[in-house]
Design a binder for this molecule. Structure first.
Ligand code: PAF
Length: 271
C-alpha cells in the first residue's frame, strides 16, 4: 500500500477509482465503507485528513484522535491501494477559496455549527479534484453531510458517483463513531437510548400516530437519563428542513450532548 502526503504524488486514475474520504481514527464503520469501495471500484483510495475548516473555534479539532500508524495498518489489512494523508499546509493556501451549499445547511448541524458544512463541502470538492475518484463512499451516519455532498455534486456538476452506506452500530444500537472514544463506560450504556428513541419516532411516523407527541416524549426521556438534546426531529432529506408529511424521503435526526461528548444519529423512515 502506498502512502502519499503531497498532492503532486497522487497518480491520475488508470482504472475505476473508489475513494473513502475520512478524518482517520478508523473504526468498523469506516472499514465497512472501505469494503463497499472495493466492490465499487478496481482501485481503492482512502484519504485521512483532520480538516480544520470544518471545526468551530470551540470544537474538538485539537483533541480529535489521530492514530495514523494504526489507521495505516487497518487500511493495509483491508487491501487499500493507497492512502492520501496530507498536512494542513499541503491542503490550504493562506486565503483559500471555499464552497458553500445553501438550503440543506439551513437547519440542524448547519445552524448549530456555523461554517461546518462550508468546511466539509470545500474539503470534499478539493479531495475530488486531487484524487479524481469515479465513485466516493460516505456513511449515512452523517446524514446531513450526505445531503450537502449530494447537492455539491449535483449543483457543481462534479463527475463523481456517490454511494451512501448504512450506519454500523454496536450491539447496544449505539452508532459507531470516532467520538465514541470520549465516552465513559456508563455514558456508553446510556447512549444506547438514542437508537431506541429514533426507532420509536420512526414507528410513530410509519403508523400515522401523533409524531409530534412521540418526539416530545422521546426528548423528555433522553433528557431524563442525562442527555442535553439539541434536536430530535422528523426531516425531509431533500431540503433538510422539518416535515410532518414526507415519509418516503424522510428521516428522524438527533443531536445532543452526553457530558462533554456530542453525539449525532439518525434513522431513515423508509429504508
Ligand atoms: O465524515 C467525515 O469524516 C468528514 O466530514 C469528511 C467527509 C472526511 C470531510 O472532512
Amino acid at each position: 500500500m502506498k502512502v502519499f502526503t503531497t498532492i503532486a504524488e497522487v497518480p491520475l486514475p488508470t482504472v475505476r477509482r473508489a475513494l473513502v474520504p475520512t478524518m482517520g481514527a478508523l473504526h468498523e464503520g469506516h472499514l465497512s465503507l472501505v469494503r463497499r469501495a472495493k466492490e465499487l471500484g478496481q482501485e481503492v483510495a482512502v484519504s485521512i485528513f483532520v480538516n480544520p475548516t470544518q471545526f468551530g473555534p470551540n470544537e474538538d479539532y485539537l483533541r480529535y484522535p489521530r492514530p495514523l500508524e494504526r489507521d495505516l495498518e487497518l487500511c493495509e489489512r483491508e487491501g487499500v491501494d493507497f492512502v492520501f494523508a496530507p498536512s494542513v499546509e499541503e491542503m490550504y493556501s493562506p486565503s483559500p477559496a471555499k464552497v458553500q451549499v445553501p438550503l440543506v445547511t439551513d437547519e440542524f448541524e448547519g445552524k448549530l455549527r456555523p461554517g461546518h458544512f462550508d468546511g466539509v463541502a470545500t474539503v470534499v470538492a478539493k479531495l475530488f479534484g486531487i484524487l479524481r475518484p469515479d465513485v466516493a463512499v460516505f456513511g449515512l451516519k452523517d446524514l446531513q453531510q450526505c445531503a450537502v455532498i449530494q447537492k455539491l455534486v449535483n449543483d457543481l456538476n462534479l463527475r463523481v458517483e456517490l454511494a451512501f452506506e448504512p450506519t454500523l452500530r454496536e450491539d447496544s444500537g449505539l452508532a459507531r463513531s470516532s467520538r465514541n472514544v470520549y465516552l465513559s463506560d456508563e455514558e456508553r450504556k446510556v447512549s444506547a437510548q438514542i437508537y431506541q428513541s429514533l426507532q420509536k419516532c420512526r414507528l410513530a411516523v410509519l403508523e400515522d400516530r401523533n409524531a409530534e407527541e412521540t418526539i416530545q416524549e422521546e426528548i423528555s426521556s433522553l433528557e431524563a437519563v442525562g442527555f442535553k438534546v439539541q434536536y430530535l426531529e422528523w426531516i425531509d432529506r431533500s431540503t433538510f428542513h422539518s416535515t410532518r408529511t414526507n415519509k418516503e424521503n424522510g428521516a428522524i435526526v438527533f443531536a445532543g450532548y452526553l457530558g462533554n461528548t456530542r453525539l449525532i444519529d439518525n434513522i431513515l423512515i423508509t429504508a
